[in-house]
Design a protein. Structure first.
Length: 255
């Protein structure tokens, strides 16, 4: 197991060249935009690899774009793992260190109209290669976590809508609906899982409005999460910690 200091040193290998170049002269506004900013740093369980996203600006498209890089903590070698016009985020290693999961709205073989612009779960071998899309969830994937055995990934997503609700949502978008009115609509956030081997998805908990920051227990039978019970920003101070037990079948407030 690598020490915390060796992992910190690997992260510094990413940050120091950026800081050094910035100290050579006074930064301009354009300089600030072109600085490549590492984010979402994560380390494999064996401490051998560090993955992170590197954000850079695309002046032609007037947007920022983030791709995933992986750094070997023993050699200091780093390699870009994802490319293309679409950003990737939230890289996380599987427990055995063989796979790297991430979220992206890039197109895949199972895209439909509703899920196309949403973040979905993808995996890529740590040794490199093509990424595989795991989910095609209507409202995309929010936060996620690997199961302890690495056979599944748990994730949260907003409740799916039927055809009537989808049509109304599309109409509101076309009419550029008022954000105040939009906040009156309350959606549940649910907990799902997807199997790595066959990509089968299954809902675990129908959830509640405002559910966030989900974390599974080691055996995958309990799920801690936070919620303000409404999902509205104004109710953020009301956020508390809850737990859902699959065997009990009911959520329970802890704080």
């Amino acid at each position: 197991m690598k020490s915390k200091w060796s992992i910190a040193g690997a992260v510094l290998l990413v940050l120091l060249p950026i800081a050094a170049s910035a100290q050579q002269r006074t930064l301009t506004f354009k300089d600030a935009l072109v600085l490549k900013s590492p984010r979402s740093v994560t380390v494999s369980d064996d401490g051998k690899y560090v993955a992170y996203t590197l954000r850079e600006v695309d002046f032609k498209e007037s947007r920022f774009r983030s791709h995933i890089w992986v750094l070997n903590t023993e050699t200091g070698d780093k390699k870009q793992y994802t490319h293309g016009a679409t950003s990737e985020s939230s890289p996380r290693f599987s427990p055995d260190g063989n796979l790297l999961a991430f979220t992206s709205s890039r197109k895949g073989p199972k895209v439909d109209e509703e899920s196309e612009a949403r973040n979905q779960l993808w995996i890529i071998p740590v040794t490199g290669g093509e990424a595989t899309r795991l989910t095609s969830i209507q409202n995309g994937v929010s936060n996620y976590s690997w199961s302890r055995d690495g056979k599944e990934i748990f994730f949260t997503t907003r409740e799916p809508l039927d055809e009537g609700a989808l049509a109304r949502r599309k109409k509101r978008k076309k009419l550029r609906f008022d954000e105040v009115e939009h906040q009156k609509i309350v959606y549940r956030r649910e907990i799902w899982k997807v199997a790595i081997e066959d990509e089968k998805v299954q809902r675990i908990f129908e959830g509640m409005p405002g559910l966030a920051q989900m974390e599974p227990s080691p055996d995958g039978r309990k799920f801690a999460f936070t919620t303000n019970l409404t999902g509205r920003r104004k109710d953020t101070p009301l956020t508390n910690v809850w737990i859902y037990d699959i065997d009990a079948g009911e959520p329970r407030q802890l704080t």
